[in-house]
Every structure is written in C-alpha cells, then in structure tokens.
Write a protein that binds this ligand. Structure first.
Ligand code: PGA
Length: 255
C-alpha cells in the first residue's frame, strides 16, 4: 500500500463561468456526506477569473483550488500574464505548469516549465509539472526518452515531495478518449519514480505523487488508479461536471 496520499486534480482549461459554482457546490455537498468518503485529496483548477470566488465558496471544505499556469516573474510588464504570487494571493494552493496545451500553443519549453515551477514554489504553491509524449513519439518508441528529458528539464533539484506533483499526460490521450494500456502507464510511471531519485533526495522521490492524465473518466478511473506508482489523476473534460468528477473520486472509496 503506497504511503502517498492520492490526488485527483480537475483542470477546467478555458471553461467555466460564474454559474459553474453550482458544479463545485455539488461536489462539496457530496464530500460532506459521511457515506461518501473517498480517501483522496481534491483540487480544482478553474480559469484564473474564478479562482478567488471558488476559494471563498470552498472556505469550509477540504477541496483546494489551483491555477492552470503562471508567469515565472513576481510582477512586471507582462500583459495578460499572472504570477504565482497573484494566484497565492487569490487563495490558490497549487499551479499546473507545462501542460501540453501550453507547450504547444505558447511554445513553452522545459526550461520555461522549470522557471514556472520555481516561481510556484517561491509563492508557496504546489507545482503540478506536466510531461508526456506525442503520438509520433510513442509510435517511434521514444516515449521513455522524451518523458525522461522533460522530467529532468522541468523539475528543479530544490523540489520537495510536499510542493511538487508530476503529471504524466500522453499528448495523444488528452481529450481523445484514448488511454495507454495499464502496462504502458506502469512502465512510464516506474521510470519517472526511478528518475526522480536522481533529481531530488530519494526520500522525496519516494513520496512525490505521480498523476496520470489523459481521458480519465468515471468508467476507467478505478482501473487506472490501481496501477503501481499512479497516485491520482489530472482530469480535463470529466472534471467539468460534478457527476463525472464524483464518479472518478469514487475510485477511492473503500471497497
Ligand atoms: P482530458 O484532459 O481528461 O480531457 O483528456 C486531461 C488534461 O489535459 O489534463
């Protein structure tokens, strides 16, 4: 039995208006029902516009709120950007960095992700570092090399198990309904666990949560979350509705 407290993190991407508070309230209500007690930490990463209002809405709940990206500087002339300190000031406790959509749409490279991770830590946030291969890289058998390179390029050696989460997200599995086989996921997660101990203290390496992300839903969560070295999930589409998100949390109910 792993001693790592699992985490289910919802990534709303560019979805969500004020009215989405009703989905969050439904999740909160269900989690306060004693008969529904999944043994898992819950984080929701809405668009930045909703961070503060959802933090206030969840003040008396165990659900945490995170950002989806941050700039690496504290402040300055960066129109449209948000610093990790601003997210922390709004009540966020975590920030996703290096999501493949940021890497693809905004040209972010491992070193940018590294700097954003440091920024998150500087602001007292948990950094959720996303890494994962493209379809072409998987087809040409480069998965382990690519993921290893991204891990080493994105993760600072100053990272601690309490402020860093790794999310393995194969790009081809995001939003497609496709998932790797459990064996393929286990192979990558095992490699990540081993590599972590070459970057950070072995104690931290053993305790750093490694999430799987890419088409996780209520139907496949139990199987995916049971894989060795999978300590939770980063969930996109299925995090937008309370019903499907709660279905994923159900994977962590005692049998
Ligand atoms: P998905 O997205 O669950 O919709 O595949 C996952 C992610 O991009 O984090």
């Amino acid at each position: 039995m792993s001693e790592i407290q699992p985490l289910i993190a919802g990534n709303w991407k560019m979805n969500g208006l004020k009215e989405s508070a009703s989905e969050v309230l439904a999740i909160k209500d269900k989690l306060t029902d004693e008969s529904f007690d999944p043994q898992v930490d819950v984080l929701i990463c809405p668009p930045a516009t909703l961070v503060n209002s959802l933090v206030e809405l969840l003040a008396d709940s165990t659900i945490k709120i995170g950002g989806q990206d941050c700039h690496n500087e504290i402040s300055g002339a960066h129109t449209g950007d948000i610093s990790a300190e601003m997210l922390a000031d709004s009540g966020a406790t975590a920030v996703i960095v290096g999501h493949s959509e940021r890497r693809k749409n905004h040209g972010e490279r491992d070193n940018d992700v590294y700097l954003k991770t440091l920024a998150g830590h500087r602001a007292g946030l948990t950094a959720i570092i996303c890494i994962g291969e493209t379809e072409g890289e998987r087809r040409s058998n480069q998965t382990l090399d690519v993921v290893k390179r991204q891990l080493h390029g994105s993760m600072p050696s100053s990272a601690l198990a309490i402020n860093t989460v790794i999310a393995y997200e194969p790009v081809w599995a995001i939003g497609t309904g496709l998932t790797p086989t459990p064996e393929d996921i286990a192979e990558v997660h095992d490699m990540i666990r081993q590599e972590l101990s070459t970057i950070v203290d072995t104690g931290f390496a053993a305790r750093t949560p490694i999430l799987y992300g890419g088409s996780v839903n209520a139907d496949n969560a139990r199987e995916l979350m049971a894989i060795d070295n999978v300590n939770g999930a980063l969930v996109g589409g299925a995090s937008l509705k309370a019903e499907s998100f709660l279905g994923i949390l159900s994977a962590y109910l005692a049998e």
